[in-house]
Write a protein that binds this ligand. Structure first.
Ligand SMILES: Cc1ncc(COP(=O)(O)O)c(C=O)c1O
Length: 409
């Protein structure tokens, strides 16, 4: 093992701590309110639709055998890629061919391949706005794969706030190999405005580098987005999508849409790392894409479900934090609330530890600043909570968080 790898694998990555906490909490005896992870909710109507689709496959002669009995190509299931291509053309008028689409084993693996390909030996990936998704943080095969910029913070009414890209500080140099942002953003629930997306696209085009948009929660599926936002793609964009938050995290299906030469390179990596991406997710979802049921389920079931959860979580926020200096990021999408405690005397990591002892599992905000080395108090003043699970847990947890924060402010 190389020294570098040894040191890095011994240091605790946020994502592995998160998964470890979840496992221990599930196995433990005391009650834990699980507001930490990003597992999508089990929504009965979505599960019924998926079960019906699986039943149709099982009942169609030869279909089950096709689903489980063949390797796909390293680009992923051809019929699914063709279906997606027609779907995106019809839905948004994007000029695509199946060569613009590659399937990966979850978008997490897609990012690993993309970042290390575009971050290359000398290059870096620019995160134009952090906080940003915890799962990117340790993906570099080399150190310092990411470089990030602080956002502008806009204070809103009702103890809310919103992060914006600070274009004045977005200088790009020849070391930057790609720009990447998640929209909606995990952890903050931010949705970058259409103007911000257009602005970032212009910067990427001006420097001749790809612009990666992580659309794991976005439109048209799973469409966990509560604000107006135009879907965005052009030939310089790499759009990442996933079946996970649609309700299929276990099939591990990620979808990249981008320049055919980059998609080809990703498929080579698929081949080397795993021969081919898994075929069960594409097989199960293909007809939902062809019939557009995937959009209907997303808009009519998934989006309203999470919106209702979000509103209940926000109500609980005002119930326990109203009239304090604590703020919440405008909840514009995804399944999280991002809380900011500007007057807290302890760091968010210490708060996380205290909360764990009180039966509340959250994620400390400090993990979500990959590539931002500078000292910035804000990095230690926030936590992420997930509202995809039980509403009672969210309300109880909010009360406990408010108590512990008050004791330490
Ligand atoms: C913003 C974002 N991107 C990517 C992923 C990876 O998802 P998956 O590998 O299940 O497609 C997640 C998972 O939570 C996420 O929140």
């Amino acid at each position: 093992m190389s020294k570098d790898f040894e040191i890095r694998s011994r240091s605790r990555s946020g994502i592995s701590q998160l998964m470890d906490d979840l496992g221990k909490a599930m196995a433990g005896e005391s009650r834990m309110r699980m507001l930490g992870g990003g597992n999508p909710a089990h929504i009965p109507a979505v599960q019924d639709a998926l079960r019906a689709e699986m039943q149709r496959i099982l009942d169609s002669p030869g279909q089950f055998e096709l689903m489980v009995g063949n390797y796909d190509t390293p680009m992923g299931n051809q019929a699914f890629r063709e279906a997606l291509c027609t779907f995106f053309q019809n839905e948004f008028g994007w000029q695509l061919t199946p060569k613009h689409i590659v399937i990966c084993n979850g978008s997490q693996s897609a990012f690993f391949a993309l970042f290390n390909l575009l971050g290359g030996a000398e290059q870096q990936i620019l995160l134009p706005l952090v906080p940003e998704y915890i799962g990117y943080a340790d993906q570099g095969l080399k150190k310092n794969l990411f470089v990030a910029r602080r956002p502008k913070i806009q204070l809103e009414k009702n103890q809310q706030f919103k992060y914006h890209v600070n274009f004045a500080q977005l200088e790009v140099d020849s070391k930057i190999g790609a720009i990447c942002t998640s929209r909606p953003t995990n952890p903050t629930a931010n949705v970058l405005t259409d103007q911000e997306i257009i602005g970032l696209d212009e910067v990427a085009q001006a420097y001749g580098i790809p612009f990666i948009i992580d659309n794991a929660y976005g439109t048209p599926f799973p469409n966990i987005i509560y604000t107006e936002a135009q879907p965005f793609w052009n030939s310089n964009t790499i759009l990442s999508m996933s079946l996970s938050k649609f309700g299929l995290p276990a099939v591990r299906t990620g979808i990249l849409v981008g320049d055919p030469s980059i998609m080809e390179a990703i498929s080579e990596m698929n081949g080397v790392m795993g021969l081919a991406p898994g075929g069960i997710g594409p097989f199960l979802a293909k007809d939902l894409v062809i019939s557009r049921a995937i959009t209907q389920i997303s808009s009519n079931i998934i989006q309203p479900f999470y919106k209702e959860r979000m509103e209940a979580a926000i109500d609980a926020f005002y119930e326990f934090f109203g009239e304090t200096t604590v703020r919440v990021h405008q909840p514009e999408g995804a399944m999280f609330l991002w809380l900011w405690f500007p007057d807290m005397k302890i760091k968010s990591y210490e708060l996380y530890e205290l909360l764990k002892k009180r039966g509340v599992l959250v994620v400390s905000g400090h993990y979500f600043f990959p590539g931002l080395d500078e000292d910035w108090p804000h990095k230690n003043q926030c936590i992420r909570i997930t509202y995809s699970q039980s509403l009672d847990d969210v309300r109880e947890a909010m009360e406990i968080i408010a108590e512990v924060v008050a004791e330490n402010s």
